[in-house]
Design a protein around this ligand. Structure first.
Ligand code: ADP
Ligand code: MG
Length: 323
């Protein structure tokens, strides 16, 4: 089992940001309204994610550390359901197999909670606790038991950039959730609970950024697209500031990307990319996620219809939103 978990870990956990992503998704799934994140040394030495979500009882807490013990996946069809995050209950066991890991959790309305500490996949401590309202997961000393994998990590500064990207994606995908973060080194900050999307986009990406955007919201062909796109002529030399979400989940999609890019062909200089935080809502039956654990790539059943919908929606916006 240990080896199996470590192999799974190899696929799921490339770097500290992969751990942060999984933990954030779990907290979001658990219905958290506030998530607190602490990291040290770019997450290599320490990542802690604490939420006020539903928590787990003792039995479920132990189950969550076993592979495929997910409560979320009932049939193969559910793979296409992006409304639910998570991948087959592999994340926690994988993380626990390559770190010194502590899960502390208490179910809502339960008088007591449990702390389970796992080192490299082995349970080393179980304790009763009280006064928690939700779940707190700590993953420290990443790859302490797999020294060769440590060598593939970049500097703490570079790993921190990846952590920050994950936080931004979570903050943009759920503007209603409050997020506090503290990186040591790297500074701290927060996004307030209950923000609307426009406020969240400005608070995450900056007022400057927001000034260069216009709002879009359009429905048709079984899709709804909404969010912020740059005004005609406004662009950046990199595509770093293009954020895509489907059913509230950060994803990659070639059609989504190309639909946007094509729409800017006549209003943006060559070599520049638009800024965007774009959200699509679609019936889960219309999409497939790659079955690989970390792939965030989404395929649409009607790939071309989707691309064309995005293209036309944005083109229409650009033609009316002259500077
Ligand atoms: P998955 O998210 O694919 O189900 P994980 O390994 O990430 O798999 O988590 C396993 C299970 O542990 C989840 O299905 C959920 O029931 C429970 N769990 C994990 N994190 C939390 C959390 N923060 N709050 C409540 N339950 C959680
Ligand atoms: Mg998960």
């Amino acid at each position: 089992e240990d080896v199996v978990n470590q192999i799974a870990a190899g696929e799921i956990i490339e770097r500290p940001a992969s751990i942060l992503k999984e933990l954030l998704e779990n907290s979001i799934d658990a219905g958290a309204t506030q998530i607190d994140v602490e990291t040290r040394s770019g997450g290599i030495s320490w990542i802690k994610v604490k939420d006020d979500g539903c928590g787990m009882n003792k039995e479920d807490a132990f189950l969550s550390l076993e592979r495929h013990a997910t409560s979320k996946l009932y049939s193969l069809n559910d793979f296409s359901n992006l409304m639910t995050y998570g991948f087959r209950g592999e994340a926690l066991p994988a993380i626990a197999s390559v770190t010194k890991f502590t899960l502390a959790t208490q179910e809502k309305d339960s008088p007591e909670g449990v702390i389970i500490e796992v080192h490299g996949g082995k349970i080393v401590r179980v304790e009763q606790t009280a006064g928690l309202a939700g779940t707190s997961v700590t993953a420290s000393s990443l790859f302490y038991n797999l020294p060769p994998r440590l060598k593939f990590l970049k500097s703490p500064q570079t790993e921190l950039l990846h952590l920050q990207r994950q936080l931004i994606l979570a903050a943009l995908s759920h503007p209603e959730i409050g997020i506090r973060y503290s990186h040591s080194p790297g500074g701290k900050g927060q996004w307030e609970k209950g923000e609307d999307l426009w406020t969240r986009i400005s608070s995450v990406l900056g007022e400057e950024w927001a000034k260069e955007l216009c709002w879009i919201d359009k429905e048709g062909e079984g899709f709804r697209i909404y969010g912020a796109v740059s005004k005609p002529g406004v662009g950046r030399p990199s595509r770093e500031d293009m954020f895509f979400f489907v059913n509230k989940r950060a994803i990659e999609s070639r059609s989504f990307y190309l639909g946007v890019i094509d729409a800017y062909r006549n209003s943006l200089m060559k070599g520049l990319y638009p800024l965007c935080a774009l959200y699509v809502e679609v019936n889960p039956d219309e999409i497939d996620i790659n079955v690989h654990p970390t792939k965030k790539e989404v395929r649409f059943k009607r790939e071309y219809a989707f691309r064309d919908f995005v293209y036309k929606a944005i083109l229409e916006k650009l033609s009316t939103a002259k500077l």
